[in-house]
Design a binder for this molecule. Structure first.
Ligand code: PGA
Length: 252
């Protein structure tokens, strides 16, 4: 199997205004040529079309942070995957733990959103991860396995799906699992995907997310089975995000 191209995706969450587009501009300017990794920025939906213009002519891709499962209709405040694509997105994050917790999104909802992303031609970044209590109870592997079974649709292929393993307790806390724990979980996810989707499953990228920073990025990317990162807080500043992107570049 050919080596997977790593993906470093920034998730701005509910942060950023048009002034923040400067950060994307700075990432564009600071990227090595060629970058050696795939780079995506997922700003708030209000900035997707502007971000799409800013990244023009660079390898940076733009993504949405969520989408509705339907194409259109009476869903005040929601956005269809087709709208994200129309605004210039090529990626969409679904099933982030903040959506699962704040909006009660179940595995079935996440699965429908992933299918909506594909319907619109987007590549889906689907998030899974255990809570602290679940890890302490020794249930982390089983919880993530259940999320994969429940939220990854049958149409998943290496080209349309990226999994992001994000332990809930590591998000925004400065805490990260040990390298051994990350390796164990990524191997477990990889095995389940390969079991279900064969060679295609084995080719799917598995990102790590949760407090990835410039000072721990190299260590995290050195862990077996880590095919990139989903970066929250540290993606808001170009210098930090660039440092993480550079840490993900394959050795010459
Ligand atoms: P963090 O967020 O990097 O700020 O911990 C990661 C995420 O939630 O995607």
């Amino acid at each position: 199997m050919t080596a997977k191209t790593r993906l470093v995706a920034g998730n701005w969450k509910m942060n950023g205004s048009k002034a923040s587009l400067m950060e994307i501009e700075a990432v564009k300017t600071g990227l090595a040529n060629p970058p050696g990794v795939e780079v995506a920025v997922c700003p708030p939906a209000t900035l997707i079309s502007r971000a799409h213009i800013v990244v023009g002519g660079s390898p940076i891709l733009v993504g949405g942070q969520d989408c509705h499962a339907e194409v259109s209709g009476a869903h005040t405040g929601d956005l269809a995957a087709e709208m994200l694509a129309d605004a210039g997105a090529t990626y969409v994050i679904v099933g982030h733990s903040e959506r699962r917790a704040d909006h009660g999104e179940t595995d079935a909802v996440v699965r429908a959103k992933a299918e909506a992303g594909w319907r619109a031609g987007l590549t889906v970044i689907l998030c899974v991860g255990e809570t602290r209590a679940q890890r302490e109870a020794g249930e982390a592997l089983a919880v993530v396995e259940g999320q994969l079974a429940g939220s990854v649709p049958d149409g998943a292929r290496a080209r349309n799906l990226v999994i992001a393993y994000e332990p809930v307790w590591a998000i925004g806390t400065g805490l990260t699992p040990t390298g051994a724990d990350i390796a164990e979980m990524h191997a477990h996810i990889g095995a389940r995907l390969a079991e279900r989707f064969g060679e295609d499953g084995a080719g799917m990228r598995i990102l790590y997310g949760g407090s990835v920073k410039p000072d721990n990025a190299a260590e995290i990317f050195a862990v077996a089975g880590v095919d990139g990162a989903l970066v929250g807080g540290a993606s808001l500043k170009a210098a930090d995000f660039l440092a993480i992107i550079n840490a993900a570049r394959p050795a010459e």
